[in-house]
Write a new protein. Structure first.
Length: 351
């Protein structure tokens, strides 16, 4: 449900333009409103998780998401549709923050499987829009609302895991702050790397005259999802911190390959997605071993910062130095992620 909604706005742009009469520049506002809502929600969820159960946060957030979708599909004017997307984004961000916190505290396998399902939803969303939107624009978003209602009923009936305490004894306040800060910077660097590959790999491949650059970008996102599935199946056998370090090193190596060997750049980007797949969920699970799981929503905010800064940085460097700078910059980000992971491993080592 989460992946389906986030990935539905782009394919729905032509249908939204036809219904509300907005231009190409204005239609993107609805996606921006959604992501603004989903960025504002995690800290609210984080504060709520310190006071009420995970199930209550999930149920309340799901109800907000359903409300946002109903407002969007019934909106008589564009401004109301944008407001509905904002409300829907708030609900989605709350559900995502609560579920990631709960399943990260369960372990590496659980949180990676949850994020793998999210990735599958992102892959299926364009097909959903292409199939249903020509019949009626409301149908894709009503489908999201229906899926969200199933989530709400499931959470009420069966519940969701409670936040589990850290596996290691609680660290002193100063050291706890250092750990939290390192995890925040690490996740920001990771999300920046993930979004950097996703937004600029295609442009770099176009500059190399690849005939089907979009297929390699799709392969990148497919590899990312497959990496999460594999981690969900086998991740319990590997320490999360070690897995993050190896994955970051492989992603950086893929970026170097794309820079040094242009004929292999397309394949390198696909393998980069597979390499990056385990990092997000494994980092969340790793953090819960020494810090309270209710800190995770604040890590998601840090990730949003990385997702904003990195693509803009790549764009500025590309304008100045050419598209050949894309894989070089991604390799530097990969190296920075390795360094941050090594520092975090040292800071979280039991004393």
């Amino acid at each position: 449900m989460m992946g389906v909604l986030q990935a539905s706005y782009g394919p729905a742009f032509p249908y939204l333009q036809g219904r509300y009469g907005v231009d190409t520049a204005g239609v993107g506002l609805i996606a921006s409103a959604h992501f603004l809502g989903s960025a504002l929600a995690p800290p609210l969820a984080g504060f709520a998780l310190g006071r009420v159960t995970v199930r209550r946060v999930v149920v309340a957030s799901a109800a907000v998401l359903i409300l946002g979708m109903l407002v969007l599909v019934a909106a008589p004017v564009w401004a109301v549709a944008v407001a509905g997307a904002l409300v829907g984004g708030l609900g989605l961000g709350g559900v995502s923050a609560a579920l990631n916190s709960a399943y990260a505290s369960v372990g590496n396998r659980a949180v990676n499987l949850v994020n793998a399902v999210f990735g599958v939803g992102s892959i299926l969303a364009p097909l959903l829009v292409v199939t249903l939107a020509p019949v009626h624009l409301a149908l894709p978003f009503l489908t999201v609302a229906a899926l969200c209602a199933v989530t709400l009923l499931t959470a009420q009936r069966f519940g969701v895991p409670a936040l589990r305490p850290p596996l290691t004894p609680q660290v002193a306040g100063g050291r706890s702050g250092v750990q939290a800060g390192l995890f925040a910077v690490l996740i920001a660097c990771y999300v920046g790397l993930e979004s950097g590959f996703g937004t600029w790999a295609g442009r770099h491949l176009d500059s190399l005259n690849y005939g089907h650059a979009a297929l390699f970008v799709s392969g990148y996102w497919g590899g990312l999802t497959l990496g999460r599935v594999l981690t969900g199946l086998f991740g319990a056998r590997v320490r999360p911190g070690s897995l993050v370090l190896v994955s970051a090193a492989l992603a950086g190596l893929c970026a170097l390959t794309a820079a040094a060997l242009p004929p292999l750049a397309g394949a390198a980007y696909v393998v980069a997605g597979l390499s990056l797949g385990p990092i997000f969920g494994s980092t969340l699970a790793w953090m819960t071993q020494s810090l309270p799981a209710r800190f995770i929503p604040f890590l998601l905010v840090a990730g949003s910062v990385g997702g904003i800064v990195a693509p803009a940085l790549l764009g500025a460097l590309s304008a100045r130095s050419g598209l050949g700078s894309v894989p070089v910059t991604l390799a530097v980000l990969g190296a920075a992620l390795c360094v941050l992971t090594a520092l975090t491993l040292r800071a979280t080592r039991p004393h």
